[in-house]
Design a protein around this ligand. Structure first.
Ligand code: NCD
Ligand code: ZN
Length: 338
């Protein structure tokens, strides 16, 4: 195995940057490593229109600095205006639309209550070539939380793809073997992001020696055989699977609480974390495609010209950064990015 790896600067195809003080605290960590990022729209007041995305983009640029390009998304609601979203895409403000099933995750109360209600918007997006990014979990109380992604495929995603076969879809932060199989078998317009924490951890990590709130995210970590399927997909060389951290910061007090928030804040060491997962799988040579090439290919954007070098070198992760606990807190990682 080589001890250094130089690849084009990666992009993060799924990140939560929040707003206000939190945005200013976390955006520099993403901008330090990633040239571009798909910025999630689930703010306390969701980013539902082109106009809201435009002003949010300005706030992100102010917080992240000039070397970083935020790619904005609009939060789909039952009452989204197709004409506004398509115009935002055409004018370069919106890269994609994000579908949250109502109440599936953080700040998703305004999400879609019934996919039938947004079919006209989705049909217009298919026509315009505008990608739909999907949080793929059903929210029915009678579905076991560990089954919500697999059930979503059967009940919502497969019928949607059958109805709008041309729609460009990213199945976000896939967490199951079923999702890997669905994406693998789909057309070239169906892709998926994979997080570093879903590559490293199975659901055992949630209960290792006690309850571990910093490993709680949605979709929740699954059994080991699902984790292995995700590693196999990420390291397969298939352009359908690419990097999306789902870095999702919550103040430590909101994580270590009686009803803790879902989300892993992995931005500071995400690239080192991915390198460790690929190294453990004996597939470091596949990191470049996953991290730097397949995302731009899906989004029809150029590969970044600047490079980043990963070196095998011990990298301690602090227990805390400000008011946040980073992924791998207190661990020593085997890779360092420069
Ligand atoms: C995300 C958040 O906190 O915004 N949380 C998470 O666990 N991933 C929302 C999401 O992507 O589901
Ligand atoms: Zn997310």
């Amino acid at each position: 195995m080589p001890d250094t790896l130089t690849i084009p600067r990666p992009d993060d195809w799924h990140v939560h940057l929040r707003d206000g003080d939190m945005l200013r605290a976390v955006a520099p960590f993403t901008a330090r490593r990633f040239a571009r990022a798909i910025v999630m729209p689930n703010l306390a007041v969701p980013v539902t229109t082109t106009a809201l995305a435009s002003v949010y983009r300005a706030r992100v640029i102010a917080a992240a600095g000039p070397d970083f390009t935020p790619l904005m998304t609009a939060y789909l609601t039952d009452t989204s205006d197709a004409a506004d979203l398509i115009a935002g895409h055409r004018d370069g403000v919106l890269t994609a639309v994000k579908l949250y099933p109502a109440n599936a995750t953080t700040n998703s109360a305004a999400g879609v209550t019934d996919i039938a209600r947004v079919m006209p918007v989705l049909a217009a997006m298919a026509e315009a070539g505008m990608p739909l990014l999907i949080h793929g979990e059903v929210t029915d109380a009678d579905v076991d939380v560990f089954d919500r992604e697999a059930v979503f495929i059967d009940r919502i995603l497969a019928p949607l793809v059958a109805r709008l076969p041309a729609l460009r879809i990213v199945f976000e932060h896939v967490s199951t073997a079923e999702a890997v199989a669905f994406v693998t078998e789909g057309g070239p317009n169906i892709a998926a992001t994979i997080t570093p924490h879903h590559l490293h951890l199975s659901r055992n990590a949630l209960f290792a020696g006690g309850l571990r709130p910093h490993h709680y995210c949605l979709p929740v970590l699954k059994r080991e055989h699902h984790r292995r399927a995700l590693v196999a997909a990420a390291t397969s060389g298939s352009p359908k699977f690419f990097l999306g951290t789902d870095s999702a910061p919550h103040p430590v007090g909101d994580k270590e609480a009686a009803c803790g928030c879902a989300g892993v804040w992995n931005a500071p060491f995400a690239l080192e974390s991915y390198a460790g997962a690929f190294d453990a799988a004996g597939a470091l040579d596949r990191l470049e495609g996953f991290a730097s090439r397949f995302g731009p290919a899906f989004y029809l954007l150029p590969v970044n010209a600047k490079m980043v070098t990963l070196t095998r070198a011990t990298t301690p992760v602090p227990e805390r950064i400000g008011d946040l606990v980073p992924f791998h807190a207190g661990e020593i990682l085997a890779w360092r990015a420069t």
